[in-house]
Design a protein around this ligand. Structure first.
Ligand code: GDP
Length: 295
């Protein structure tokens, strides 16, 4: 595993031969390679800097094991630290003490928010938990139709009040409706813009204040790379997120956004999207993502 990086590290570590401990002076070249690998995986620059400094500290004083390629030994330290930062194990969707659990979806337009809403609903159905999807994106009438089409496909009802209603009111009534129907989980799809804008943020904040979600999930497109960090920071500061869904991981992105999101918000990535189909949702596993980031 990680042969390319391990090989690069091996050559950087030639000077380690004959030394039995990793020290600040003999580690610098190796850390440069780790830094390059993380940047290639699109981890945010600031996050890379902090992470590399931590790995350096972590590695210092470690014994250079005989019989193990130094590159491999170092890659293991980096890998384990990545897993640790990304949260060790999978964090499932929140479950409310009394139904319905309310999940609020947030994110920019085109990231896969509406698709992820349906993917989540299908995931719940497979666990025998009933779901209701609420369509609050009144700015793009096509968005309501898109959710309804997906709803028919996965046999999950959609609550909507057309495109003239107030999104906050739709969300509120959607939750009320779910209560009368004994629905297990309500997933509220919200409007996205191509770029973060204040009106969108204010509306999202109002919806959140009214429905008091148990989970607020930021949907992030893995292909956005470095941008994911700023996006996460803004949404977390202005709305407050409790988790994220990283979409489009079926593309060739190395998934560095996962590390940035977790570091910046402290919120776990809960699921990953791996295709356009409604079935293409998987729980997030830090171990797998660490391997992917290291390439
Ligand atoms: P929204 O504007 O955030 O609601 O985004 P949509 O759900 O409409 O998705 C935008 C586009 O991304 C659509 O063409 C989706 O089929 C596609 N998409 C969503 N999730 C994924 C994914 O995990 N992988 C791939 N390859 N495409 C996705």
């Amino acid at each position: 595993m990680f042969d390319a990086l391990a090989e690069r590290l091996d050559s950087a570590w030639k000077k380690l031969r004959g030394q039995d401990k990793i020290t600040d002076s003999n580690i610098q070249d190796a850390l440069k390679d780790v830094r390059r690998a993380l940047l290639e995986a699109d981890v945010n620059l600031q996050v890379v800097k902090e992470f590399v400094a931590e790995v350096g500290e972590q590695a210092q004083g470690s014994q250079v094991l005989s019989g193990v390629r130094p590159g491999e030994q170092f890659v293991k330290i980096v890998h384990d630290e990545l897993v640790k930062v990304m949260g060790e194990s999978n964090v499932p969707l929140a479950v409310a003490d009394s139904a319905p659990t309310i999940v609020l979806m947030a994110g920019l337009q085109g990231t896969g928010k509406t698709t992820a809403t349906a993917k989540l609903a299908l995931h719940l159905r497979k666990e025998n938990r009933s779901a209701l999807m609420v369509a609050t994106d009144v700015y793009r009438p096509a968005a309501i139709d898109q959710l309804k089409t997906l709803g028919q496909q996965i046999e999950v009802p959609v609550f909507e009040l057309g495109s003239d209603a107030d999104p906050v009111e739709i969300a509120r009534q959607g939750v009320e409706y779910a209560k009368t129907q004994g629905v297990d989980t309500v997933i509220i799809d919200t409007a996205g813009r191509l770029q973060i804008d204040q009106d969108m943020m204010a509306e999202l904040a109002r919806i959140k204040a009214v429905v008091q979600p148990h989970d607020t999930l930021l949907v992030v497109d893995a292909m956005t790379g470095q941008e994911a960090a700023t996006l996460t920071q803004t949404f977390n500061e202005q709305i407050g997120i409790s988790g994220a869904i990283l979409t489009k991981l079926d593309g060739d992105s190395r998934g560095g956004a996962a590390l940035s999101i977790r570091r910046i918000s402290g919120a776990p990535i809960k699921f990953v999207g791996v295709g356009e189909k409604v079935e293409a949702l998987q729980p997030f596993y830090p171990e797998r993502m660490a391997s992917r980031i290291l390439g």
